[in-house]
Design a protein around this ligand. Structure first.
Ligand code: CP
Ligand code: NVA
Length: 307
């Protein structure tokens, strides 16, 4: 039966660890100039309703490195849900392609697409979740810290977005000390939070105190204060979230070797200062690179390919 990757919780803890291991192998083989091509002869499609640099570039490049080809469809070309139903679009795409990668607004839309698609579907970001990003980010953290246990990860800023929600999802599969520093009205999705707390695997703290969030943290992570589709909210968010800016002062409360992460694109001077983005703790470009390796691993895993 085909499998989708629409949320981190689509994978078990064991499967997540397996994907992380495949990504390590993929990265090493890429370094050696020896990319395995288990998807030779396959065809994939990217359907993106929102802009993208990293996600589009890393999927297109990665899919080609795996031996498959790829076609890109923008919002104007798809008209999914407007020109024709999500159901019909999913059925049609399944007749041409072996894999579909979707970036859209509504998470329900991708769930609906996955339900009717006969081929694997990967979530390349919805308003609710950005699972490939956090899988790649956790891979980066393991590289940086050389371990995956006893990690304190502090996410500060907009706690109500797809990145924060995806961190909470990860905490229901891998044991971490997850601290989310945000304002009262920008906390993660309640259902996602409840599910993670019920799993009992991780320590999850939601706090309105940025210093409490980052105290002795191994990782400080931030993201834009207004995501794609809600940029008109930036003035009000800026007012609320200013205390959560990642700057040198905030870093001084974390571990000396703290890694600073941002999924990018960043709005420098808002959620993160230039000094921190360009400083010695920043691993933002390692994160960007690792999207390539982790997504190749996710695809290989979904196809159950050996290489
Ligand atoms: N981090 C990320 O998904 O970047 P893009 O929006 O440029 O794809
Ligand atoms: N939260 C951001 C992530 C971008 C990769 C957004 O959705 O715009």
């Amino acid at each position: 039966m085909k499998r989708d990757f629409l949320a981190i919780t689509d994978f078990t803890s064991k499967e997540i660890k397996e994907v992380l291991t495949i990504a390590k192998v993929m990265k090493q083989m890429h370094r050696w100039g020896d990319d395995p091509k288990p998807l030779a002869g396959k065809h994939s499609a990217l359907m993106f309703r929102k802009p993208s640099l990293r996600t589009r570039a890393s999927f297109e490049t990665g899919i080609r490195q795996l031996g498959a080809d790829t076609l890109f469809f923008s919002e104007a070309e798809i008209g999914m849900g407007k020109r024709e139903s999500v159901h019909d679009t999913a059925k049609v795409m399944s007749r041409y392609f072996d894999l579909v990668v979707i970036r859209t607004y509504s998470h329900d839309e991708i769930l609906e697409f996955g339900k009717h698609s006969e081929v694997p579907v990967i979530n390349a970001l919805t308003d609710l979740l950005h699972p490939c990003q956090i899988m790649g980010d956790f891979f980066t953290i393991i590289e940086q810290k050389n371990r995956m246990d006893h990690l304190t990860i502090a996410y500060v800023g907009d706690g109500g977005n797809n990145i924060a929600n995806s961190w909470v999802n990860l905490s229901s599969r891998l044991s971490i000390d997850l601290r989310i520093g945000t304002t009262a009205n920008r906390t993660p999705d309640e259902k996602i939070l409840k599910n993670a707390k019920d799993s009992g695997l991780s320590q999850i703290t939601i706090t309105q105190d940025p210093i409490e969030a980052v105290k002795d943290a191994d990782v400080i992570y931030t993201d834009v204060w207004a995501s794609m589709g809600e940029k008109d909210k930036i003035a009000e968010r800026e007012e609320l979230l200013r205390p959560f800016q990642v700057n040198d002062k905030l870093l001084s409360y974390a571990q000396n070797n703290v890694s600073v992460m941002h999924c990018l694109p960043a709005e420098r001077g808002r959620e993160i200062t230039d000094e921190v983005m360009d400083g010695p703790h920043s691993v933002v470009f390692e994160q960007a690179e690792n999207r390539l390796h982790i997504q190749k691993a996710i695809i290989v895993f979904l196809f159950g390919e050996k290489f």
